[in-house]
Design a protein around this ligand. Structure first.
Ligand SMILES: [Zn+2]
Ligand SMILES: [Zn+2]
Ligand SMILES: [Zn+2]
Length: 363
């Protein structure tokens, strides 16, 4: 049983979710506030702050109109409900009336917010307020703070990363985070940064490359600036460090993997854990790894896979897991990490080819 109302509701809910959270498909289709209103928003490069004041305003206006859009769409999708005739003697059902009233309230409230924000040249807008916190000592009003940010944003050597809903920009003296409804601002010379969390996405057959996502909290000594979180890939951490002169504290003792090879080591370790272990023959001693001489050699290559590419290696355990993993990663096509899991490399000692399934931990 499929009614047009139900199908319309489902389609509209999915549309709203996509429109508000804009996945990549919506971006490439151009269905974003930035695209639809580009002529009115102007250029982000010419006036970064003014652009985002306008963008967040339009975003609020459009998002708050989504409930009304649903009601109007329903008028068309289900004409027999007479939703279009709210003022008639036998009006639309009560539930719908309440919904319409609520949607109108949401819309009117958002208009009231916008009128309040726009007074005195947008002086009351949350972004202007955030800039006002930085007025002293070098700036006389929020417009001069805005001018400083605009100028620095135009420079090509800024650090910029992240999805459109959570962009991170670091310029010579500012740390900025652009979200759907707000722009967070901190002065580099006033802030300190803490690595608070790390999430690791391992290399898998359906991901193009392994990734480590770092969360950093930006705190300012300026009490008017609220702390905020920024997120970036660990491989971008080096670039961030180059631009960010504020001290970075690693509170959670997160190991930051700055290269794809280092990231791959985590995947390598996890896979070896899954492989069956190699029981050391009685009487045989494990020696130190001949790669790093730091730890015991704890890996043995045993042909466990069923491909003809691999050969049996007869070497005794000679390498530790990290050294073998680095060797494995170094022999791969660095541009195509998605092929790493399925490829074979020669044993560093005897050159017998092995794949990741043939690496056993010595027990
Ligand atoms: Zn080693
Ligand atoms: Zn070998
Ligand atoms: Zn193999």
């Amino acid at each position: 049983m499929e009614s047009p109302e139900l199908s319309f509701t489902l389609v509209y809910v999915v549309f709203c979710l996509c429109f508000v959270f804009t996945p990549t498909e919506f971006h490439s289709a151009g269905l974003t506030i930035q695209n639809l209103f580009s002529s009115w928003l102007g250029s982000e490069d010419l006036g970064f702050v003014q652009y985002h004041v306008r963008r967040t305003t339009v975003t609020l206006l459009v998002h708050s109109a989504l409930p009304i859009g649903y009601y109007m769409g329903m008028c068309v999708a289900a004409p027999d409900r007479n939703l279009g005739y709210v003022f008639q003697v036998s009006p639309a059902p009560d539930g719908w009336r309440a919904f319409l009233l609520l949607s109108l309230c949401v819309q009117v409230t958002s208009w009231m917010f916008i009128i309040y924000w726009s007074r005195h040249h947008w002086h009351n807008h949350p972004i202007s307020r955030a800039l006002e916190a930085h007025m002293h000592p070098s700036h006389s009003d929020w417009c001069s703070v805005a001018a400083s940010i605009n100028t620095e944003f135009r420079r090509i050597d800024k650090f910029a990363t992240g999805a459109p809903g959570a962009r991170v920009i670091v310029t010579d003296s500012w740390v900025l985070k652009v979200t759907t409804y707000h722009v967070y601002v901190a002065l580099q010379s006033e802030c300190h940064v803490t690595v608070t969390e790390s999430r690791q996405h391992q290399l898998s057959p359906d991901s193009a490359s392994p990734a480590q996502i770092l969360t950093l909290r930006v705190d300012s000594i300026n009490p008017a600036v609220k702390p905020f979180d920024i997120r970036l890939q660990s491989t971008e951490y080096g670039d961030l460090r180059e631009k960010l002169h504020a001290p970075i504290r690693n509170a959670a003792n997160v190991v930051i993997h700055q290269t794809i090879s280092e990231l791959f080591l985590e995947t390598f370790r996890a896979q070896v854990e899954l492989n069956q272990p190699y029981p050391l023959p009685t009487g045989q001693e494990v020696e130190s790894c001949i790669g790093c001489m730091q730890v015991l050699a704890c890996t043995k290559l045993v042909k466990l896979c069923h491909t003809d590419d691999c050969q049996q290696c007869f070497c005794r355990p000679m390498w530790c897991l990290s050294c073998l993993g680095r060797w494995f990663a170094s022999r791969q096509d660095q541009q195509r990490p998605e092929t790493w899991l399925s490829s074979t490399v020669p044993c560093p000692t005897c050159r017998a080819r092995f794949c990741i399934l043939d690496v056993c931990a010595v027990r």
